[in-house]
Design a protein around this ligand. Structure first.
Ligand SMILES: [Zn+2]
Ligand SMILES: [Zn+2]
Length: 261
């Protein structure tokens, strides 16, 4: 008869994991991604920073998640989506992009702070409506290879990996490509972004997308144009459905698209 039964061994393993985690936390205490004070549990915001974050709350547009003010029926569409529905079927981001959330998100994007990926990915997973869990494939918004060589990681791909593993979905990093290099688009007005983004994305491996429900992952949804053109590519490649999941959303209405664009 063995000295330990399997339940006791499992308990010992859990204890060893906790001791190792405790020792690591003692040596390198986890920090709040916003103000860098040590926090008890990783990954987490400190209480003061968490209380400053603004979360997406109902009611919001059912297609693009534009937040409505006052009483609006939750299943409504915003004016831009009524005028022309987006190419994606739905979009959601747990946080509103503002003074409180922008610092840690920009640090994730530009300052190698990838240790905060689990925190943001868990926020996305815990607050997204249930329909987001039912997809076949997770696809990140790509960055151009030139930018990838400089930055060494794509923050959207890191988030997509975590979300895909967490929800047990296949992750496809090579389906969507950014085939044209563009300067940073964040400061461009929507009209200019639109002209730049129209021919930036391509979908290389159509057989992997055909007939699939795709979860498109990004860090920040600004005007929704990046998501729009990625979703058009995926739909042209045969995707049955495209949902967009980002960390944060700029609380601006989608720009209206003319029929020609
Ligand atoms: Zn803090
Ligand atoms: Zn909308």
């Amino acid at each position: 008869m063995p000295f330990f039964d399997s339940a006791a061994l499992a308990a010992l393993r859990r204890l060893r994991g906790r001791v190792a985690k405790g020792a690591l936390n003692f040596l390198l205490p986890p920090l709040c991604p916003r103000c860098s004070v040590p926090v008890a549990d990783a990954p987490a915001f400190c209480h003061a920073c968490f209380s400053k974050l603004r979360f997406t709350k109902k009611p919001f547009c059912r297609a693009c998640s534009f937040p409505f003010e006052g009483y609006v029926k939750h299943e409504s569409l915003c004016f831009a989506c009524q005028a022309r529905p987006p190419a994606f079927d739905r979009a959601f981001a747990p946080l509103l992009y503002d003074e409180a959330s922008s610092g840690p998100i920009l640090a994730l994007k530009h300052a190698d702070q990838t240790q905060h990926v689990p925190l943001f990915a868990r926020l996305m997973m815990s607050r997204a409506p249930r329909v987001y869990r039912k997809h076949d494939l997770v696809v990140p918004v790509p960055i151009h290879p030139k930018r990838l060589r400089r930055r060494l990681y794509n923050q959207a791909a890191e988030l997509a990996r975590f979300v895909g593993r967490g929800w047990g979905m296949s992750i496809a990093l090579d389906v969507l490509e950014r085939s044209r290099y563009t300067p940073p688009l964040g400061d461009l007005p929507p009209r200019k972004r639109l002209l730049v983004l129209r021919r930036v994305f391509s979908c290389g491996r159509e057989e992997r997308v055909r007939g699939k429900a795709v979860l498109l992952v990004d860090d920040v949804m600004t005007s929704g144009l990046t998501a729009e053109f990625c979703a058009r590519c995926l739909k042209r490649a045969g995707a049955r459905e495209v949902s967009v999941l980002a960390v944060a959303r700029v609380p601006l209405a989608r720009p209206k698209l003319s029929r020609a664009i």
